[in-house]
Design a protein around this ligand. Structure first.
Ligand code: GTP
Ligand code: SPV
Ligand code: MN
Length: 588
């Protein structure tokens, strides 16, 4: 018997009984071979592992159609299983760990008959970083294996790093029977172990992403004094030549990827992308909050992405360099052999296959692409990638944004009075649900710090942890709250969004640099209208008022929603949050 990794892999192979075991090395040749395997895999009912796209339009790009029941994160089937239910908190599904494992052993037993078991050694974070973590994922899906190449640092470096140690993150994944009744994504934070069966979809199957880098890592960060967050990281250079780094949390499908590579609408500004989904933030030796992105790819929402809304992403998708680019559950224009999704062009082209692989009938009123169709692409293809991307120490964060999808109530932008008030507001963040998770879309739910589905321990403790981290920062980042998604009575967005969001980012930089004052309101500081540059926008005074309105009726409903959400945490909820809620009630 060899080292701890070999021993663990052998145990998983005895359980899952694959035909073959293959240790992934991470070379270019190997990537090609796995893609070839995927291209040859049998097609069942539209489900297709890989299909090569037109290389002159989208080089090194492949289309994937998943099983139609396997298109989003399955929050109901996701469990976090520390020893006690209290440790998991009311925010997680929990099962007694031994009971959960017994159930999983039965499901995993023999699940890889006739298949290859791929062993994928990978790092989350630059191996040179003190914050990086070595991980091993096992999977029986080539789609997952190829996705891992794009999203993480795959290769033998990890095995070297683990060496004789027993300490590495373990992820066992099988697509099983793709049966929603036999689908589970279960986390065992005490053992740094994730077991996932029955789904090949990103967040359920790429176990380094939400499962490890958020759920398990957040619990580790709680013990070790750091934060694992559902956040973008970006740098903005201003005309003075200063670069201000921001981190920003928005719930799934609420604008992170778009913001991370935003086109600054003003001359003299430049945006540098460091991450679009996950940030690990540590208090550095010089007491600044420093963020790294542990990933190397972007798993982005396709619908709505176009040359008009996000030209930088379109350039990224067309770059197709070393790493392949995957399109999952988009439509296909058969004449050009290129992917298509709602919003890519204004009208639906002819000769379209929908995401099921069926000829598209424009009169059907159905979607061409699944609303949660996505692309998987390497950050190395991104024209705005920051030169600090690989910095082992991360970048110092001066501003943190939180946002959600709110048709009403929440103003375009507002700054918290201080760190603790910011934690209060973030803990009560609400957002309308989206297609990124299975279930009803468009209903407001509380999604603190955009982490409701990803916090791997009791959220009451998480709120306390956020306040504790703030106390260790002599000059903590300013905290801002934004809402790009206010609508009028007809259901139309009243703020143009996308690159025009940069107008709000510029105000934040001015605040951080102490260049402008602000108005104090019941919910925080809001801009003096003269300081928010909306020139060239053709936006009426009425709409501007609406964007910053604090409607008493809407806010009393909001406060009720927060109270209800807080109630489930009982006495575990930090006193300071209750106090801030009382203050808010009074000042409204
Ligand atoms: P996840 O990958 O699920 O975590 O999503 P995300 O937060 O990265 O969201 P993303 O940037 O992919 O945007 C999701 C959807 O919102 C896409 O359809 C975008 O086109 C749309 N969107 C992004 N920013 C804006 C905006 O400012 N205004 C409007 N109206 N839509 C936006
Ligand atoms: C999200 O749902 O927040 C995503 C996609 O970023 S997934 O990786 O599937 O979680
Ligand atoms: Mn996300």
């Amino acid at each position: 018997m060899g080292n701890a990794v070999e021993k663990w892999v052998e145990e998983q192979a005895r359980l899952t009984e694959p035909d073959k075991i293959y240790w992934v090395q991470g070379t270019e040749d190997e990537m090609r071979r796995l893609i070839e395997i995927g291209i040859k895999e049998e097609k069942t009912a539209g489900h297709q592992t890989f299909r090569e796209l037109n290389p002159s339009a989208f080089p090194n790009s492949y289309l994937h159609w998943s099983h139609p029941n396997d298109v989003a994160r399955a929050e109901q089937l996701t469990f976090v299983c520390p020893p006690t239910k209290e440790a998991a908190g009311p925010n997680n599904n929990w099962m007694e760990p031994e009971k959960a494992k017994q159930m999983l052993y039965e499901l995993f037993h023999g699940c890889m008959h006739g298949r290859t078991l791929y062993v994928i050694p990978y790092m989350m974070g630059n191996p040179a970083s003190p914050y990086a973590k070595p991980c091993i994922q096992i999977t029986d899906s080539v789609y997952v294996a190829v996705s891992m190449y794009i999203m993480t640092r795959v290769g033998n470096e990890t095995l070297k790093r683990i060496g004789g140690s027993e300490k590495f993150v373990k992820g066992l994944h099988s697509i099983g029977e793709l049966d929603p009744n036999k689908r589970f994504i279960m986390h065992f934070p005490q053992e740094e172990l994730v077991m996932s069966i029955g789904s090949g979809y990103g967040g359920n199957a790429l176990l380094g992403k939400k499962c490890f880098s958020l759920r398990i890592a957040s619990a580790q960060g709680y013990g070790e004094g750091w934060l694992a967050e559902h956040m973008i990281i970006m740098g903005v250079e201003d005309p003075d030549g200063d670069v201000t780094y921001f981190a920003g949390a928005f719930p799934s499908a609420c604008g992170k990827t778009n913001l991370a590579m935003i086109d600054p609408v003003f001359a003299g500004y430049k945006v540098f992308t460091l991450g679009d989904d996950i940030a690990w933030m540590n208090v550095s030796p010089d007491k600044r909050l420093c963020a790294i992105n542990p990933e190397t790819g972007m798993f982005g929402v396709a619908p709505g992405t176009s040359d008009k809304t996000n030209l930088n992403m379109m350039k990224t998708l067309r770059a197709g360099k070393f790493y392949p680019t995957l399109f999952t559950n988009t439509g296909l224009i058969t004449t050009s052999n290129t992917p298509w999704w709602e919003g890519l062009t204004e009208t639906v082209p002819e000769n379209m296959l929908d995401w099921h692989g069926n000829p598209y009938d424009p009169k059907s009123g159905k979607d061409v692409a699944h609303p949660n169709s996505r692309f998987t692409v390497s950050v190395s293809n991104c024209p705005t990638l920051s030169k600090e991307f690989d910095n082992p120490n991360g970048v110092p964060i001066s501003g943190i944004l939180f946002g959600g999808r709110r048709s009403d109530t929440v103003p375009l932008v507002c700054e918290s009075f201080d760190w603790e008030h910011g934690v209060f507001k973030a803990s009560s963040l609400g957002s309308e649900t989206t297609a990124a998770a299975a279930g009803q879309a468009g209903v407001v739910r509380r999604d603190p710090m955009a982490m409701l589905p990803f916090c791997g321990y009791n959220m009451a403790d998480y709120f306390g942890h956020w306040m504790e981290v703030g106390r260790r920062l002599p000059d903590p980042p300013k905290i801002f709250f934004v809402n790009w998604f206010k609508k009028d009575a007809a259901g139309k967005f009243i703020w143009p969004g996308f690159s025009d969001n940069f107008r709000v980012i510029k105000w934040m930089i001015d605040r951080i640099k102490g260049k402008v004052s602000a108005k104090e309101t019941a919910v925080g500081f809001m801009p003096n209208m003269a300081d928010l540059n909306v020139s060239g926008l053709n936006i009426s005074k009425e709409i501007m008022d609406k964007l910053f309105e604090l409607n008493p009726g809407e806010w009393s409903k909001e406060v009720e929603g927060i109270e209800q959400f807080y109630a489930q945490f009982g006495t575990r909820l930090p006193e300071a949050l209750k106090r801030h809620l009382e203050n808010l009630k009074k000042s409204l």
